[in-house]
Design a protein around this ligand. Structure first.
Ligand code: PBG
Length: 332
């Protein structure tokens, strides 16, 4: 009935007006993905002639040095912002100290040089700064006599890693081991070796997560047990703010929350309280879940991927690490 008060039987406000057409919805969208939001994590394996598929991550491979270069070029062509490199050394090169991680000719250092030679500064080249890819016990640090992860002895190894990765030409190092003091030590190591321009993406709030499962296959990890003495407990939020304060004080240029989907509240809280760029890592298990459900025909894969990534951006991420980076960037 025309002229009814707005509290009558018809609604006075109609938010649906702004959802009427695709053009209208596009115009009023508050958040949208851009290829430059995305960073591609990539694995490179030493001593293989062909890329090796990762069964728990259909579509993702352990690259050869050659196919990694191609993947980097494809990422550039798609407009992706950066690439995060993980090295997978030959099995017999893993040892208790993770020696291959600080060998200037170790697989990660070779990969950094390869990618830098191939794409130069067209892609932000990042590297995982952590020991678990290189240790035979699979922990992110070195162990003390009782088998516990030794924080301060690990920091010395991280300092060496920072230098070799920077010498190889990386733009950004990503310390991901959750050792206390790691950002400060890495910053000092970079500064003292003439790498003042190399940035640090701190894995600030990194939770001890079941969703890392497929990654362990991706790097051929032999970890037994868990990482609960260094990664955060899923029930904690305030603790992330403490980690954030410490990382910023120690010199983090960018901070990250990981995993993404189960921790969007953490991401939102951090994003609200910092003045540096914030990244989120959509990890291997998040990838695997969607691929597995899609394979069974239980979910619309492409829509699910875009919805997850949009949600991560809406929660406050400036940058998203995702194994779908190149594919999604191409489609945007
Ligand atoms: C540690 C590291 C991990 C991941 C990235 N860096 C594994 C872990 O902490 O257990 C996981 C990434 C993923 O699951 O996609 N070097």
């Amino acid at each position: 009935m025309v002229g009814m008060t707005k509290y009558g039987s018809f609604p006075g406000a109609r938010p649906r007006r702004l959802r009427t057409t695709p053009a209208m919805r596009r115009m009023v969208a508050e958040h949208r993905l851009h290829p430059a939001d995305l960073i591609l994590p990539a694995f490179v394996r030493e001593g293989v002639a062909e890329p090796v598929p990762i069964s728990a991550m259909p579509g993702v491979v352990q690259h050869t040095r050659d196919t990694l270069r191609k993947a980097a070029v494809e990422a550039v062509e798609a407009g992706v912002a950066g690439i995060m490199l993980f090295g997978v050394p030959e099995d017999d090169k893993k040892d208790a100290r993770g020696t291959a991680g600080t060998d200037p000719d170790g697989i990660l250092q070779c990969a950094i040089r390869d990618v830098r030679a191939e794409v130069g500064d067209d892609l932000v080249i990042m590297s995982d700064l952590c020991l678990d890819e290189y240790t035979d016990h699979g922990h992110c640090g070195v162990l003390d006599a009782d088998g516990r992860v030794d924080n301060d002895a690990t920091l010395e190894r991280y300092a060496e890693m920072a230098q070799v990765q920077a010498d190889a030409g990386v733009h950004v190092v990503g310390p991901s081991g959750m050792m206390d003091g790691q950002i400060g030590v890495v910053r000092d190591a970079l500064d003292q070796t003439g790498h003042e321009d190399v940035s640090i993406l701190a894995y600030t709030a990194k939770y001890s997560s079941a969703f890392y499962g497929p990654f362990r296959e991706a790097i051929g990890s032999s970890l037994k047990g868990d990482r609960k003495t260094y990664q955060q407990d899923p029930g904690n939020l305030r603790e992330s703010l403490r980690e954030l304060a410490l990382d910023l004080e120690e010199g983090a240029d960018m901070v990250m929350v990981k995993p993404a989907l189960p921790y969007l509240d953490v991401l939102a809280k951090l994003a609200d309280s910092v003045e540096v760029p914030v990244a989120a890592y959509q990890i291997s298990g998040e990838y695997a879940m969607v691929e597995a459900a899609a394979e069974k025909g239980w979910i619309d894969r492409d829509k699910a991927i875009l919805e997850m990534l949009t949600g991560i951006k809406r929660a406050g991420a400036n940058m998203i690490l995702t194994y779908w980076a190149t594919e999604v960037a191409r489609g945007l």
